[in-house]
Design a protein around this ligand. Structure first.
Ligand code: 1CP
Length: 344
């Protein structure tokens, strides 16, 4: 595997003395250069749909820090928009979408075949990035997992407990499952186009997987991830897939085997020593430093970073945060984390 990019080597199961490193939301508001480009674009969605500027913000953290991977700059909520939902962002609050709670709402969504009309600029961003990234940097494409995307489509916004989505799932299971199936199909097409445009790895973000319990987790988090992974690997043999069933807890165990993904991304609620013993035994893991260290820094950041590197040292590992970096983070703390990981 010599000569291959560090991140791809980890995904292929190689243990490395210094793990590859990247960071969720590495292109984001904690960086002054991101804020400047976002202002130039006008707003967040205009930035997502402007291939030159979206490629620029994707490259900014690579130039500044030399991460081993770049993640396409886009958002998981572009898929609902491409399916016909209204989407807008309220400054200081977050996303808003038209809601889907009845068959009539669902009937207004368009067919999966039409999503590319909206999503073509995203594929163009991927093409620009695959030309412009340094040869050692891996390009990661992504999409939201069907359950997480559905929680926003049903509620019309982010919610603390995904209550409206759980309610629909219980009260109108047929409609809920039809919505999940539509998102699953769209996600396969979307990720497939990202791969054709040059994404070397894809990541499926299931940020709200942890709110699904028991059989519901198997049906609505694990099974869609398995279907998407199987379809992508059938069309693009060898494409590595990272899954992120956030806050899955004990359900992280066996998730990679059951879904066919190559790497499980861990949030910071799981202990790295526990995860090394129970999750990394099946293959590559990614994670899992708490994002708050990017705000607080200091010796605690160094100690916790060293602890995570040491815990995962005996198997394939991609160093990352347990969730996205927050806008109040200090860019110097990111450099301290990278230096600590790379000091070996
Ligand atoms: O104001 C801004 O500039 C917007 C902030 C922002 C950014 C930087 C949003 C709005 N999305 C993004 C980019 C983004 N979103 C990326 C780009 C690549 C990267 O650098 O990591 C990715 C991978 C996402 C994924 C995403 N969007 C998720 C899954 C991961 C996670 O954080 O749990 C989710 C849940 C979203 C929805 C979303 N988009 C934006 C916000 C603030 C939210 C969360 C809304 C909520 O739950 O209230």
């Amino acid at each position: 595997m010599a000569g291959q990019k560090k991140l791809l080597r980890a995904l292929a199961g190689e243990k490395q003395d210094v793990p590859p490193i990247w960071m969720m939301r590495q292109a984001g508001r904690y960086l002054p250069e991101y804020r400047a480009t976002r202002a130039e674009a006008g707003d967040f969605l205009k930035l997502c749909y402007n291939p030159d500027l979206a490629a620029e913000v994707t490259l900014q953290p690579i130039r500044r820090y030399g991460f081993d991977a770049a993640i396409l700059f886009a958002d998981i909520l572009l898929v609902p928009q491409a399916l016909g939902a209204d989407l807008w962002f309220v400054t200081g609050e977050g996303p808003r979408l038209s809601t889907i709670t009845t068959e009539a709402d669902f009937a207004k969504l368009g067919p999966v075949a039409d999503i590319h009309e909206t999503l073509n600029p995203i594929y163009e961003t991927v093409r620009i990035l695959s030309r412009e990234l340094p040869s050692e940097t891996t390009l990661i494409g992504f999409a939201g997992a069907p359950w997480t995307v559905a929680t926003y489509m049903i509620a019309g916004r982010g919610t603390p407990d995904q209550g409206p989505a759980h309610a629909l799932r219980e009260e109108n299971t047929a409609l809920f499952e039809a919505l999940l199936a539509r998102i699953t199909e769209a996600t396969i097409e979307y990720l497939s186009c990202q791969i054709e445009a040059g994404a070397e790895v894809v990541k499926i973000f299931d940020s709200w997987a942890g709110s699904l319990q028991g059989e519901a987790f198997e049906k609505y988090a694990l099974e869609p991830c398995r279907q998407i992974t199987a379809a992508l690997k059938a069309r693009h043999p060898g494409i590595p897939v990272i899954g992120f069933p956030r806050e899955a807890g004990e359900k992280y165990v066996g998730f990679a085997k059951a879904t066919g993904i190559d790497c499980v991304a861990l949030d910071n609620s799981v202990d790295p020593e526990w995860a090394a013993a129970h999750v990394q035994v099946d293959g590559c893991v990614q994670g899992n430093l708490a994002s708050r260290h990017m705000v607080t820094g200091g010796q605690e950041l160094v100690d916790e970073t060293r602890r995570i590197v040491a815990a995962f040292r005996n198997g394939p590992h991609i160093f990352n945060l347990g969730h996205g970096i927050t806008p109040d983070a200090d860019p110097d703390n990111v450099q301290l984390m990278i230096d600590t990981v790379r000091e070996g």
